[in-house]
Design a binder for this molecule. Structure first.
Ligand code: SF4
Length: 372
């Protein structure tokens, strides 16, 4: 376990040190663990007698729309976006907590949609979800030992001594030391930071290959966030873990992830490296107008360095009523006629950085509707 690397800035803000750009290992980085192809998820709400009584007609919520990306072994991808943009639904689809409406998820080349019985159990051991709220993720009536032993029992760890050894080593890994001191404690006896470390331990106790961490520190005090993020990042390297971080906080993703993807109305609209040569990349060089708006909202300690905020309209359009053309057209300050008429193309806007936007395609020189 590597040592924690938090430090305080001059402004007194606790920050976590940026990881180096060195890959975990060449062979790990070269093999694809997860391939997501045109993944979509629709929910049908309202309708029926109950909908009639409540005045809710039948509607389709397009939560995730044709999302595609790959994740290499040991890589970490950050999924950012406003509440309701589909990032949590995407995470749940990837660990098979939800079934997609269409599209495929390949785990080591195997489509997970058909998994059943022992094959599904084996997948669940290898792909884990870390829940957002540590106060709800743990049963308040279970000791920490009982919370951690359950996954081992489900997955057939028969020897008590093996189970105990694994639990103690996992608690040590997440920096709950001495681990023996936590076994018989109940959740209410621990601090928020300790609880989230227990939640992390539970998602790692089966030694998975893939972890989806949904807003892993959003419920915690700022003072303990950096320590947990550093632990997660160091553990991912040590264990060769492939990680999907879900967060609305771009500054968090910048320091913990190899790549950042930004979602809007169920679609990835920009994806690129979190850092190039040790310098923040997507967050310092956002190309999609929506990413630019998100980045401008990231607080900076020095007001003189505050970014200019683009004039986007507040309020996300309903995922039940997505317009044709670009999904961001109703809020975009750069909107052109082409944005209303046709779906934007993917364009490589910088080194390994892609944006779904007409601004960089054949309509780059078209007049903005605001200029007419
Ligand atoms: Fe804005 Fe058009 Fe780009 Fe959509 S395609 S983000 S509306 S400029």
């Amino acid at each position: 376990m590597t040592e924690q690397k938090t430090h305080a800035t001059d402004a007194g803000t606790l920050v976590w040190d940026a990881p180096s750009d060195e890959p975990t290992s060449a062979s790990q980085k070269d093999s694809v663990l997860l391939e997501v192809q045109d993944l979509s998820k629709e929910f049908h709400v309202g309708g029926g007698l109950a909908g009639l009584v409540r005045g809710q007609p039948a509607q389709t919520v397009y939560a995730v729309n044709e999302v595609s990306f790959t994740l290499r072994r040991g890589e970490s991808l950050g999924l950012a976006g406003e509440s309701g943009c589909g990032k949590t639904t995407t995470g749940n689809l990837l660990v098979k907590m939800l079934e997609p409406t269409s599209g495929r998820i390949l785990f080591e080349g195997q489509d997970i949609s058909g998994l059943e019985g022992e094959a599904l159990k084996a997948f669940r051991q290898r792909a884990q979800l870390m829940f957002q709220n540590p106060y709800e993720a743990l049963n308040p009536r279970f000791t920490i030992y009982r919370s951690l032993v359950e996954p081992l029992l489900i997955h057939g760890w028969e020897k008590e001594s093996d189970r105990l050894e694994r639990i103690l080593s996992t608690l040590r890994r997440v920096n709950l030391r001495p681990p023996e001191a936590f076994l018989n404690k109940y959740p209410h006896q621990l601090s928020g930071g300790q609880l989230q470390r227990v939640v992390l331990a539970r998602s790692l106790v089966l030694d998975p290959d893939f972890l989806v961490a949904d807003e892993p520190v959003s419920m915690l005090d700022v003072s303990v966030r950096a320590g947990i993020l550093n632990t997660m990042r160091d553990l991912a390297r040590e264990m060769g873990l492939t990680t999907l971080y879900i967060s609305h906080d771009l500054s968090l993703l910048q320091y913990t992830c190899d790549r950042i993807a930004v979602m809007y109305l169920g679609r990835i609209v920009e994806i690129g490296p979190a850092r190039v040569g040790g310098t923040p990349h997507v967050i310092e060089n956002p190309q999609h107008p929506y990413t630019q708006a998100l980045v401008s909202a990231v607080p900076v300690p020095d007001p003189s360095l505050a970014r200019v905020r683009p004039r986007i309209r507040e309020g996300v359009p309903k995922p039940t009523d997505i317009p044709p053309g670009c999904p961001f057209q109703e809020r975009c300050p750069e909107v052109m006629q082409a944005c209303l008429d046709s779906f934007p193309p993917w364009v490589e806007v910088d080194q390994q950085q892609y944006a779904l936007c007409h601004l960089y395609g054949e309509h780059a020189d078209s007049p903005k509707l605001s200029e007419r």
